[in-house]
Design a protein around this ligand. Structure first.
Ligand code: OXD
Ligand code: MN
Length: 585
């Protein structure tokens, strides 16, 4: 084992070796040579299959380990009050004892990888150092694409404290036991956060956000607590720039629940001549106030972990180009010529392939199973995106003019509206609802509240989180304008009313014009909306249905009540105002 310079890291590795008892330890330096060796090992263990795309591989997970497990995810702050009603909580000392029991000897027969990494661009004052200890080489090769991993990150740690992320697939190997291609332990899965200690302990899953602890666990759940303490915002948001035909550029962040089109919007290919979108990030934004009073966003990640299913040259050509090489695919189909396929990728499916479960699939086999799991994923570096914004790694971030909220709603929520004030905008974020998707285990298509798309990712009491957002408005600051969109309205026959994808540019254009005061908009009780002819859209897309809104505000009343005294008064007032309006007229 190579020596590490950071004293805290040295000590932690020693402690974790004693606890987990790995057969050996490897400190990850991030070099190409090291990656080659890890990939080779993963091919030998049949975890990865080499694809015909240059530098690209396919992994198939255990069918019981396919998505984030929200019911096994815990926020173990010292007091349950701080975790709040939206998080699972357990007493930290008790769960640590339980976890220590599970981690005892859990890496027997396996290598312990020590992965130093940085979230945020190198040289950024907002970047934060961390280390993940894991027994999954699959995790290491994915993290290498999604975070800044290795020697440079280790150097950036200096001798200071760092965020500690401990991960095990939870499947120790006996002396002569042959490994399986996707070791995991679904019956004993725990994803546990200790916000005060800045630690994550994850056991039993090798999939996505359960195992790549840099992403949801650190950059959102722990970082949201850091942001609360330090006065900034850690959000589940994409970051884009929008440039008009005159070459003027504005940056936006947008927050939608998982698998509601964030990656598609982040790489939008415009249908409006002269307008373009460029991508800074597709999932997470860390935002700080600049000296000029504007809000600046950095993307703490270095890569995408996008949903593959449904991605096509029609829906997201730029994502398709991003993953032409050096990509890792998980739970998609393998075609006979060594390429990948998933539902929605092409209109005509291949005649035959091997599906995500490793089974024969195609016309001869009469498929009952999908080719790809609905939460199948691709991992690729941001730098490979053909529309990456030139400032995507700017150390101080990019200045944000607009913040967009939204969800997947087949009824009620109009295509677009603008908040009437910062407080109203925070209310819009707090009242977000969406139909559930396959990104998390559980029923798909069920309506749930997902405030700020942070329901599964806020590391503290959601009522305090709302208050933190409200507190951002102080004199001398220029708060971004806030918008709310819904691309998913359907007509009575169940057909989408809005084409979405590249056409969403029309909505972004309207937002830019509102920010610049170039269009007036129509004031309604739920916000300022465009005229239908401005967007060339069906008027039904901008309708406010009295009965649906009456129900919506009533339901919001009960939801807000779950936050008790922690619900900020400003949000209660916004809710009451709306309720009164829809009940009386
Ligand atoms: C994701 C998610 O993987 O939000 O980005 O679930
Ligand atoms: Mn996400």
């Amino acid at each position: 084992m190579k020596a590490v310079a950071n004293e805290h890291l040295k000590k932690w590795i020693e402690e974790m070796c004693l606890l987990c008892q790995p057969k050996d330890v490897q400190i990850i330096d991030g070099s190409d040579e090291e990656n080659k060796q890890l990939i080779q090992k993963l091919i030998e263990s049949k975890t990865l299959v080499k694809l015909k795309r240059p530098g690209s591989y396919l992994a198939r997970s255990n069918p019981e380990d396919v998505a984030r497990v929200e019911d096994r995810t815990f926020i173990c702050s010292k007091s349950s009050e701080n975790a709040g009603p939206t998080n699972n909580w357990q007493e930290p000392a008790e769960i640590k004892t339980k976890l220590k029991g599970l981690f005892q000897g859990c890496m027997r027969g396996r290598t312990m990888y020590v992965v130093p990494y940085l979230m945020g661009p190198y040289g950024s004052p907002y970047a934060k150092g961390a280390v993940e200890i894991t027994d999954s080489p699959y995790v290491v090769v994915n993290m290498r694409l999604m975070a800044r991993v290795g020697k440079r990150a280790e150097e950036a740690l200096g001798n200071s404290e760092f965020v500690k992320c401990l991960h095990s697939v939870g499947r120790p190997l006996a002396a002569d036991e042959k490994d399986v291609s996707w070791p995991c332990n679904p019956k004993e899965t725990y994803i546990v956060h200790f916000p005060e200690e800045r630690e994550v302990w994850s056991f039993g899953s090798g999939y996505g956000g359960n195992a790549l602890l840099n992403k949801k666990c650190f950059a959102l759940r722990l970082a949201s607590c850091m942001a609360r303490d330090e006065g900034w915002l850690a959000e589940h948001m994409l970051i884009i720039s929008v440039t008009n035909p005159e070459g003027e550029k504005k940056y936006f962040t947008a927050s939608f629940p998982s698998a509601c089109g964030k990656t598609n919007l982040a790489m939008l290919s415009s249908t409006l001549p002269g307008w373009k979108v460029e991508c800074v990030g597709d999932d997470i934004a860390w935002m700080h106030w600049g000296k000029d009073g504007r809000l600046y966003a950095v993307n703490p990640e270095a890569g995408f972990f996008g949903v593959a299913t449904g991605t096509s040259m029609k829906s997201n050509p730029n994502a398709m180009k991003t993953i032409e090489k050096n990509a890792i695919f998980t739970n998609v189909g393998l075609t006979d010529d060594g390429d990948v396929w998933w539902e929605g990728m092409t209109d005509v499916p291949p005649q035959h392939l091997i599906n995500w479960k490793g089974e024969e699939w195609g016309q001869a086999a009469v498929p009952t199973e999908k080719a790809a799991h609905p939460n199948s994923r691709f991992t690729a570096a941001t730098s490979q995106c053909p529309v990456v914004d030139p400032l995507y790694e700017a150390p101080l971030g990019v200045p944000i003019s607009g913040i967009i909220f939204g969800g997947r709603r087949s009824t009620t929520m109009p295509l677009v509206r603008q908040a009437l004030s910062w407080e109203h905008g925070v209310f819009l974020g707090a009242s977000m609802t969406s139909e559930t998707t396959a990104a998390a285990k559980g029923e798909v298509g069920k309506l749930r509240h997902d405030p700020f798309a942070m329901l599964p990712f806020c590391g503290y009491h959601m009522g305090d989180y709302f208050a933190h957002w409200l507190k951002q408005k102080v004199s001398g600051r220029k708060c971004p304008e806030i918008f709310y969109v819904n691309w998913f309205l359907k007509d009575d026959s169940g057909k989408f009313l809005w084409p979405g994808f590249g056409e969403n540019m029309k909505v972004l254009k309207w937002m830019c014009e509102r920010i610049d005061g170039k269009t007036k908009g129509v004031k309604t009780p739920i916000g300022i909306r465009p005229e239908a002819q401005e967007l060339g859209c069906h008027p039904q897309l901008l309708e406010i249905n009295q009965e649906s809104w009456k129900k919506e505000t009533k339901d919001l009343e009960s939801y807000f009540a779950t936050f008790g005294k922690k619900l900020p008064q400003e949000l209660l007032e916004e809710q009451k105002k709306l309720q009164k309006h829809f009940e009386c007229c």
